[in-house]
Design a protein around this ligand. Sequence first.
Ligand code: PLP
Length: 428
Amino acid sequence: MKNDLNIDTKCVQAGYTPLNGEPRQIPIIQSTTFKYDTSEDMGALFDLEAEGYFYSRLQNPTCDMVAAKICALEGGTAAMLTGSGQAANFYAVFNIAANGDHIVSSSSIYGGTFNLFSVTMKKMGLEVTFVSPDCTEEELEAAFRPNTKAVFGETIANPALTVLDIEMFAKAAHRHGVPLIIDNTFATPINCRPIEWGADIVTHSTTKYMDGHGAGLGGAIVDSGNFNWMQYPDKFPGLCTPDDSYHGVIYCEKFGLGKAFITKCTAQLMRDFGSVQSPQNAFILNLGLESLHVRMARHCENGQKVAEFLNQHEKIAYVSYCGLPGDKYYERAKKYLPNGSCGVVSFGVKGGREAANKFMAALKICAIETHVADARSCCLHPANTTHRQMSDEELIAAGVLPDMVRLSCGLESAEDLIEDIAQALATL
Ligand SMILES: *Cc1c(COP(=O)(O)O)cnc(C)c1O
């Protein structure tokens, strides 16, 4: 497929081009294993000497087609699917950082990722320094250590809706010889392609807008191919020195900078941890991707209208939505998200936690769910649910105020959504 096609066309067609007489839709290869004529044929695959499939924990053709589409959307050189967004972020970091290493992360990130970094990966011997997404260049510089291996942030943070200065974070990372990993879940490549701003690795919870229908859990990792690991062999020995578990293969040499990161991630981490996405889920994800460009425009339109309505309502204490003039991130969003951000709006109801809960219970169209970025509107009280393990200080650092409601505007009519919100506010 030509690389200069519009992203709308890539949503519909990238990743799979059927040959004469082949199925028009991507085939679901529902097979754990693949058959070979000789053991030698298969041995070459185990040695990473030949390309092909042998076991769906490592690679599956359906998953690879969908990964190729996401790779094309983000403008990367290689990509892989994972079983969840959590697995994608864990693999992206753990592929280059391990026991004794350190990462710098924006403090305004998804609660699950915060937990992964600050609790679980800490147990694995990896340390993290959190910095505000609005830190100065000097504050960001001060967070680096000699053993820092990566910088991490979210384009639009879930649920705080902060917008990251990707360029500033990328430049700082590169000054210290480490890659910038960006979780682009909320913006999607329709609204922002972090690689164009200097990000080296992009991750996704495909569970959200990419699937878009609350149907299939999944994740993805995309490599830009731009980071020159070989310039820092001491920092990234896993990519630049022999891998004993594959007869001494050196990923950067054998697969080149474009494919080394993803090949290592598949060959080692997927082999050993096995958080695969099923071919069925990949097929469902691909259905979502086919309309991603059409749906995102509507999610953004509904988000904007709902944010504007809330912003002038007397029972609302504050609204966070970067499409609102006067929002803290309005100017930054004009640079990174010129076509819109997402359909998620965060706000506080006057009266605090109690009023927020009463308001949410009174909603009829918007359901209370852990989910977000779905065709059906839904809402959540993060301090009570996804972020309940955090202290008040941690909540505030993460931009999640204790009274904050996160409303994910779906694809319904904006008029109906606003009417629903208005009647729920009227019960207060
Ligand atoms: C939901 C989410 C994740 C985790 O993804 P799962 O698919 O639920 O594992 C990671 N990052 C962001 C920004 C998310 O919104």
